[in-house]
Design a protein around this ligand. Structure first.
Ligand code: C2O
Ligand code: CU
Ligand code: CU
Length: 487
């Protein structure tokens, strides 16, 4: 086990006022020390880091700066047709606008906060500089009536998404999220493409988003009873017979696992959270945890087919639920197809195999707490302060789930490969930023931090668990700043 005590070269010092955000959420036990649980707050030189990242973001030759304006605010939205619900969203829609750009472009996003509380925007899955990560460790949250400009280069193609990293259990629940698509030069040729953002919500008798219901939701994670696709309940999807479409599916729900099925039909998985897989994988279902994405090629189907787009029963530690319908696919009149999905999509070099010794063990745990009921832990701490990692060093982490619930592990800013699940190697190679760790299971991942030093985090993407402390903070340090471990 190679850990690197970097205490003398710790590039990051917490400002003394940094605990206020979590104090508001009931976290009173963050000591003002470099050991023990981490507090939330950006480094003292946050503005310099931001200015450097902003200036460094230059498009590749022949590429553009794509500018997007987002305004976060409250408005009425019909999650269910004919029923106005007070929602929070970007640009008066749920989900927010699909942001689209190409690998090599720079995205420049100007956010205006017209909410009545602070917010930030996190670019889930994107390899941005630490200063643009949109967490409360990367920046001071944007106050009401404030604004902020994110600017970063897009190095990877894939299906990503954006969402607040402030008060997530409330802000995402009300509709603050959107998809972000980055296209590469060599994408599969399809007849059409759609983004399907899955979510759920509980509406009370007045049609309003119900207030969180207390300890049970805090422990289990909140699952709403109204299922949503792109902000609407029960939509119909029309597809011409003979067509093959690419669906980019995002699970934006707080806690719901989706075992996506198209009435048992076979479809082809093209990509995961970190972009295309090496070759299409034929499946009849795919599991999407909160935070995760999948790209699939669906079709061709025959005229007159009516297929439920549904989630099959899945037990994440709370028992099996029935099959749940998200949408209905209706197949219309035949149309000519020009779709061509290559048998080889790209190469993903293996960075390690299952026999490599782990450099870190990440343990998901829980502990009863007299006031809060249950704390969710990483390595026995809420808001765990984990060891730094060095740019360029191979990381092999065993993520071990010692609880009776599944937890989706999410690493900010870097892709990893799953190299082993319990003792089995995965059926195909992929890049991921989110992976399910079933109750009692162990998942071994490998990744190499590229040269984006700064403050990063990993956490359970069940938003209530994340809020209840199941997260860890760590620093990526430049190679020359590292103290030798002597181990
Ligand atoms: Cu979508 Cu910190 O996560
Ligand atoms: Cu934390
Ligand atoms: Cu969890």
């Amino acid at each position: 086990m190679s850990t690197h005590p970097a205490a003398h070269h710790e590039p990051y010092h917490e400002p003394p006022h940094a605990a206020h955000l979590h104090d508001a959420a009931g976290h009173h036990d963050h000591p003002h020390a470099s050991h023990g649980p981490a507090m939330h707050g950006p480094p003292a030189d946050v503005l310099a880091r931001y200015a450097r990242a902003y200036a460094d973001a230059q498009p590749a030759p022949g590429h553009a700066v794509v500018r997007v304006d987002l305004e976060a605010h409250e408005f009425d939205w019909e999650f269910v047709a004919g029923r106005a619900t007070r929602a929070w969203g970007y640009n008066a829609q749920v989900p927010g606008p699909v942001i689209e750009a190409r690998v090599g472009d720079v995205l420049e996003i100007h956010l205006v906060n017209s909410l009545s509380e602070p917010t930030t925007v996190h670019w889930h899955g994107l390899r941005v500089p630490a200063a643009m990560d949109g967490t409360d460790m990367a920046q001071h949250p944007i106050p009401p009536d404030g604004s902020f400009t994110y600017r970063f280069l897009l190095p990877d193609a894939g299906t990503f998404w954006y969402h607040p990293h402030s008060n997530e259990t409330i802000q995402l629940e009300h509709g603050l999220y959107g998809a972000l698509i980055v296209r590469g030069d060599d994408e599969p040729l399809v007849d059409g493409e759609r983004v399907l953002i899955l979510d759920d919500v509980t509406l009370n008798a007045d049609g309003q988003i119900a207030a969180p219901a207390g300890w049970r939701e805090r422990i289990e994670g909140r699952e709403g009873d109204t299922l949503l696709v792109n902000g609407r309940s029960g939509p119909e999807i029309m597809l011409p017979a003979g067509h093959v479409e690419r669906w980019r599916v995002v699970n934006a729900s707080s806690a719901r696992y989706v075992r996506l099925s198209l009435d048992g039909r076979t479809f082809r998985m093209l990509g995961t959270g970190g972009g295309l897989v090496e070759a299409p994988v034929s499946v009849t279902e795919v599991l999407l945890t909160p935070g995760d994405r999948v790209d699939v090629a669906v079709g061709p189907f025959a005229e007159g087919d009516v297929l439920p787009v549904e989630s099959l029963p899945y037990d994440r530690g709370l028992g099996l639920k029935p099959t749940e319908p998200f949408a209905t696919l209706r197949v219309g009149v035949e149309a000519p197809s020009r779709a061509h999905v290559h048998e080889r999509l790209r190469d993903i070099p293996a960075i390690a195999d299952g026999s490599v010794r782990p450099t870190r063990v990440v343990r998901f745990g829980e502990r009863t707490h007299t006031e809060r009921g249950l704390d969710f832990l990483i390595n026995d701490e809420v808001h765990h302060r984990a060891e730094p990692v060095t740019v360029g060093s191979l990381q092999v982490w065993d993520v071990v789930n010692e609880t009776t619930l599944d937890h989706p592990f999410h690493l900010h800013g870097f892709f990893f490969q799953v190299i082993e699940r319990d003792d089995r190697s995965p059926a195909f190679r992929s890049w991921q930023d989110t992976v399910n760790v079933p109750a009692g299971a162990r998942v071994r991942i490998a990744w190499i931090p590229d040269d984006r030093p700064g403050e990063w985090m990993y956490h359970c993407h069940i938003l209530e668990h994340h809020e209840a402390g199941m997260m860890a903070h760590f620093v990526v340090v430049p190679a020359h700043e590292m103290v030798s471990s002597g181990a």
